[in-house]
Write a protein that binds this ligand. Structure first.
Ligand code: DAT
Length: 180
């Protein structure tokens, strides 16, 4: 099976990131289906393979074993054409991604979505603050070339289609610039 280096993959890898509840899974599943890409939900993968290294008492959730996640995905990502979904972005190797999309949602809308998901108290407040302070956007700009980081608004269902079109055109542009 052919493998590709970061410079040579024929189709880009994209990372869709953002605060929990901004719509990553919804957008990624639809994008993967429409654009014929491989969808990887990093949180689901960790759960499925128990890629954890402890328990966070404060947030009452497992702590991701980042090294094992990277080992697990290295070969898949090397082929290109992947769409990864995760609410953080700094621990992935920079060479994995060609394009980064950060989803953004207005606070009130996000609050309602997270409340509907059963989030309460500190967990709810912290996630809302994360969005207010643009934490994930800053993390993306600090971890990758700012020129490959795109912000996408994710408030309304109609934006799912327009965001997929934006991803499609950005991929096409990447392919034109990376033709060999
Ligand atoms: P995430 O994967 O970022 O945690 P999700 O895809 O599970 O988010 O979406 C959270 C909720 O919001 C879910 O009920 C679907 C809804 N949703 C997602 N994208 C949306 C959009 N663009 N407009 C309205 N609702 C959206």
């Amino acid at each position: 099976m052919a493998t590709f280096t970061a410079e040579a993959r024929p189709s880009p890898n994209i990372l869709v990131t953002g605060t929990p509840g901004t719509g990553k899974s919804t957008l990624c599943q639809e994008t993967a289906q429409r654009l014929g890409m491989q969808y990887i939900n990093v949180g689901d993968l960790a759960k499925e393979k128990e890629l954890y290294e402890g328990w966070d008492e404060e947030y009452q959730c497992p702590i991701l074993d980042e090294d094992r996640i990277i080992d697990e995905l290295e070969d898949v990502v090397r082929e290109g054409n992947c769409v990864l979904d995760y609410h953080s972005c700094e621990f992935f190797p920079e060479r994995w991604f060609d394009l980064i999309f950060v989803l953004r949602t207005d606070n009130t809308i996000l609050y309602n979505r997270l409340e509907a998901r059963g989030y309460t108290g500190r967990k709810l407040q912290d996630n809302i603050q994360c969005e207010i302070f643009q934490t994930i956007l800053e993390e993306a700009r600090n971890s990758y070339l700012p020129s490959i980081v795109y912000e996408l608004s994710s408030n309304e269902p109609e934006e799912i289609d327009s965001n997929i079109e934006k991803i499609r055109s950005t991929i096409l542009k990447w392919k034109m610039n990376n033709q060999r």
